[in-house]
Design a protein around this ligand. Structure first.
Ligand code: 4NP
Length: 149
């Protein structure tokens, strides 16, 4: 079983979408996908309504997800940890206890554009277009991730 963790700041906008999209592209007997946030603001909450809506528009249900905070234990429980942006990436890496932990952390958009270190923009304070844009970016990246699993 390959275990993949998607991480953003609040675990209500970007990483729940990434979790839902990748889950929809893989065999659940072979791949386990989860998500978490580096901050605790929204722990226990449903994904943002706008993420729920854009996912539903593409036939993906993310309403069963609840936000949780990233913990050190996640380094033991997952094989790959995808950060949505450079700030999340640095925050996750700062919790790494070993080189082995560190090499698990990747920027998700480097799957689409290797070594560019692009960020999935935080759509929280913007409008619906931001969520559409994030969806498209994550769909491309997850397609590549799924094709390599
Ligand atoms: P996310 O978006 O990291 O994609 O879940 C955010 C959600 C909430 C906040 C910031 C970003 N916030 O400041 O509450």
């Amino acid at each position: 079983m390959q275990k993949i963790l998607m991480v953003c700041l609040g675990n209500i906008c970007r990483s729940p979408l990434a979790e839902g999209i990748l889950t929809s592209k893989v065999d659940s007997d072979l791949v386990y996908v989860d998500s978490a946030g580096t901050a605790a603001y929204h722990v226990g909450n449903l994904p943002d309504k706008r993420s729920i809506q854009i996912a539903a528009k593409h036939g993906i249900n993310i309403r069963n997800q609840r936000a949780r905070k990233f913990t050190e234990q996640d380094f033991d429980n997952f094989d790959v940890i995808y950060a949505m942006d450079q700030s999340n990436y640095k925050n996750i890496k700062s919790l790494a206890r070993s080189k082995e932990d560190e090499i698990k952390v990747k920027l998700i958009l480097n799957e689409t554009h290797p070594e560019m270190n692009d960020n999935v923009p935080d759509p929280y304070y913007g409008g619906n277009e931001g969520f559409q844009n994030v969806y498209q970016m994550l769909d491309k990246a997850c397609e590549i991730i799924a094709s390599k699993l």
